[in-house]
Ligand binder design. Structure first.
Ligand code: SF4
Length: 310
């Protein structure tokens, strides 16, 4: 029987999908990606996760649960830090153990890799190790990794170019500062982007940015943040803020890192209207749509005169 890897469509999938999928394609390994988040996935995730977990990690657990009976192994990487670039929220380090313990009675089989640059656990080494565990030869894993990295780079450049073109249009432009696993999730974050587009507003995705430049620009707003992903988003505010008409901060409930970082952005960025939205996974979008309507109305009405939190 052909081995099949399950990939949860949550968390780092939104950052590494091209890398993972190309790597497995090149190795000739079959994989299945869980579907877009839906009500059932959120409800299963909430059932298995602890109450205090953030909505994004409940969604992750829900995607893992969906995959359990449909594949041989589920890919659950563990990320500790990216060295100089910073650490990550502890959820990304703990998720492997959380998943293993949550589903131990269902004999879940995981395939993992660790990224811990401070302890010389680099991405390329981690991928070679993962390929070896899947029974692949070193030469083939090196080749597959290099092709996957090139594909990842190309897809990032295409995204960036598309966004640069969008910045040139004459619509109202709003910068969305959110983790990709929140803003691109079809159930929780995507309805915001979709609604803005329906209003004729151009959404600029904060995470689509030159990451190196963003990390260095982060210093102009805060020089002490520990979390790499948040540093990229803060740097993105510095890069894009003068090219947009307003900023929307979007977090999932109850995210510790985002609540601190959003507060810093609100205090330090005074020359743009900012709206702060917390996603709680509840059904019904009327409340959020009303807030988006009034945010855009204020921008239209006040033009450049308005600044501050709305
Ligand atoms: S950064 Fe926030 S949303 Fe992301 S995993 Fe950590 S607590 Fe959850």
């Amino acid at each position: 029987m052909i081995m099949k890897i399950g990939i949860p469509r949550a968390f780092l999938y939104y950052r590494y999908s091209t890398l993972w999928e190309t790597f497995f394609d090149e190795l000739g390994i079959e994989y299945i990606v869980s579907p877009e988040t839906n009500k059932e996935i959120i409800s299963n995730g909430s059932k298995y996760a602890i109450d205090e977990a953030c909505l994004s990690s409940k969604i992750y657990i829900g995607h893992v649960e969906w995959l359990i009976d449909k594949c041989d192994y589920i890919l659950v990487p563990s990320i500790s830090n990216y060295g100089e670039q910073g650490t990550v929220c502890t959820k990304f380090q703990a998720i492997y153990d959380v998943v293993r313990n949550t589903f131990r009675e269902r004999n879940i089989k995981l395939i993992d890799y660790n990224i811990d640059l401070k302890n010389s656990e680099y991405e390329f080494k981690a991928f070679f190790k993962m390929a070896k565990a899947l029974g692949k030869k070193k030469a083939s894993s090196i080749r597959s990794y290099l092709i996957a990295k090139q594909a990842e780079k190309t897809s990032q450049l295409i995204e960036l170019k598309k966004q640069e073109d969008m910045l040139k249009d004459n619509n109202i432009k709003i910068l969305l500062i959110a983790h990709r696993y929140n803003i691109d999730d079809k159930y929780i974050g995507f309805p915001i982007t979709n609604y803005l587009q329906r209003m004729g507003v151009t959404p600029i995705i904060g995470d689509i940015v030159n990451k190196k430049e963003a990390l260095s620009k982060c210093e102009s707003i805060s020089g002490t943040l520990p979390w790499a992903f948040n540093k990229e988003l803060v740097g993105s505010v510095a890069i894009y803020k003068d090219k947009v008409d307003g900023i929307i901060l979007i977090s999932s409930f109850p995210c510790g890192p985002d609540s601190l970082v959003n507060e810093i952005i609100l205090r330090r960025v005074k020359d743009k209207p900012i709206l702060n939205i917390m996603l709680d996974g509840q059904e019904g979008s009327a409340g959020i749509e009303t807030r988006l309507d009034s945010f855009i109305d204020i921008i239209k009405f006040k033009g450049d005169d308005y600044s501050g939190q709305i």
